[in-house]
Design a protein around this ligand. Structure first.
Ligand code: URP
Ligand code: ZN
Ligand code: ZN
Ligand code: ZN
Length: 475
């Protein structure tokens, strides 16, 4: 007797769509086949006409993370609910690392903070410096099951920037220990000098935010990180890539065989820098790197099509309007005086990543549903080292599953999302293709628009990355 059978669905992997039924027992996928042969189950879900996909993994978000004086609108429990509504069955976040403090202790603290999640989770170690004692901790972090690291190439003022030597030292330890560093690639010098320039002319309005960190600012850092990786010989993931020029730099390195991978995020596919021209709401779209143009979004779609981009993440960083504006001053009429340097960076995204890729990608003919599976789940599991436990629907895998209805149309708004804020940058956007059921470790946690999961049901997933992926570009 199985716990659950999902019948009549079209089961998706990166390379196939198979009409098969899925039997689940004790939180795992037990068997695939015809229900007549599989036998009976306590619960049978009919997925007729729908796609059945491995649960989405969101390996990039910032929750319960003090940043630029703010903390964010969610904790890991509410974040996991919002994520589950978007078909996500596993979260990863970064340690809150502070200069002079142990990163390994930060990993353990994060483990505790994340344990309220209703879905499975894991942690990336974030490094802001690399003195001997911190370098000596790296192995313990990898052994703890966290073989992926984050380094910011900017945010010097915030105290989290890793300088060039730190990058090279952490890259080297990562190589020795089969770990994957990832970088937020923006030139701190270019960004800071531009801010000085705009301060001098007295214009810190929202559009100047995008002007302060143009494509060149991102491309310079991408290039530097790529060359550091070539120098060290380590694998690298460039997160939240926004443009074709950055992709070209990586594409060349990939063609040479270097294991350098790229992530992009839903907002760079669907939101553009014209949002900053709106004096009323422009500040809400302040995120780093800044929003670009529709042409750059097409370059990103092309990068997904040709395999330059291996994964997507949300970079979810959900702030309320109150937090976004808390450091702004007001004029005599009570209106905020624009100053982009005083607005916390980040926007929401974990719940809408899958819908956007289904709608803008699959429904509009840009990418296949197999590609969506690959860049939301399978490749994420592979690159971060939890495949095939996660990232595929196969016997023995965790029963983390999302059922998708490609005919379901939703108009995005704060009312349909569950992310604890009262605005939505995608407000009014019609999407076609939406997750309708989410299953975490064999338990239905989203059904008929309702959350049925439980606080703390998520488990910490120990990860280990396949060395092949780290030696040569091979996803
Ligand atoms: O604007 C963003 N992305 N905020 C979160 C921190 C980061 O840069 O990833
Ligand atoms: Zn059948
Ligand atoms: Zn970042
Ligand atoms: Zn981020």
């Amino acid at each position: 007797m199985y716990d659950l059978i999902i019948k009549n669905g079209k089961v998706v992997s990166p390379t196939s769509i198979v009409e098969t039924d899925i039997a689940v027992k004790d939180g795992k996928v037990s068997a695939l086949g015809d229900i007549e042969d599989l036998g009976d189950a306590k619960r049978i879900v009919d997925a007729e006409g729908k796609y059945v996909m491995p649960g989405v993994i969101d390996a990039h978000m910032h929750v319960e993370a003090p940043f630029q004086g703010c903390f964010g609108a969610n904790d890991f429990y509410t974040q996991s609910i919002s994520a589950a509504f978007g078909g996500v069955t596993m979260l990863m976040d970064f340690t809150n690392t502070f200069k002079g403090k142990s990163v390994f202790e930060a990993v353990k603290k994060r483990h505790e903070e994340m344990s309220k999640s209703a879905i499975d989770y894991s942690i990336h170690g974030k490094f802001v410096e690399a003195p001997e004692n911190i370098l000596n901790e790296v192995e313990k972090i990898v052994d703890y099951g966290c073989p992926s690291f984050k380094l910011f190439m900017t945010y010097k003022k915030e105290g989290v920037m890793a300088d060039d030597e730190t990058l090279i030292k952490i890259f080297s330890r990562a190589k020795e220990l089969n770990a994957l560093p990832m970088v937020h690639a923006e030139s701190n010098a270019i960004a800071e000098l531009n801010i000085e320039k705009y301060k001098k002319i007295g214009d810190l309005s929202w559009p100047r935010f995008a002007d302060s960190k143009p494509i060149l600012c991102e491309a310079e850092a991408v290039s530097r990180a790529v060359y550091f990786s070539k120098y060290v010989g380590n694998a690298l993931l460039i997160v939240h890539t926004t443009n074709g020029e950055a992709l070209d730099i990586v594409r060349k390195a990939q063609n040479e065989g270097y294991p350098i991978y790229v992530e992009t995020c839903p907002h760079y596919l669907t939101l553009f820098k014209d949002l900053y021209e709106d004096p009323e709401i422009g500040y809400l779209a302040i995120c780093s790197p800044p929003l670009r143009t529709p042409q750059e979004a097409e370059n990103l779609w092309k990068g997904m099509q040709d395999g330059t981009i291996s994964v997507t993440g949300s970079d979810d960083c959900t702030y309320s309007k109150e937090e976004k504006t808390m450091f702004l001053e007001k004029d005599e009429n009570g209106n905020f005086i624009p100053d982009f340097t005083k607005v916390v960076n980040g926007c929401s995204g974990t719940e809408i990543r899958l819908p956007i890729l289904l709608s803008e990608g699959v429904s509009k003919g840009r990418i296949s549903i197999n590609k969506v599976c690959e860049i939301t789940s399978t490749n994420v599991a592979k690159i971060f080292g939890c495949y095939p436990r996660k990232g595929i629907i196969a016997p023995g895998s965790d029963a983390d599953i999302v059922i998708v209805d490609m005919n379901k149309e939703v108009t995005l708004s704060p009312e349909v999302l569950h992310n604890n804020i009262d605005y939505c940058l995608h407000e009014g956007m019609k999407v076609k293709g939406y997750p309708v059921m989410t299953i975490s470790n064999g338990k239905i946690i989203i059904e008929s628009g309702e959350f049925k999961g439980k606080r703390g049901d998520g488990k910490f997933i120990k990860r280990q990355i396949e060395p092949d992926i780290l030696r040569r570009f091979s996803l």
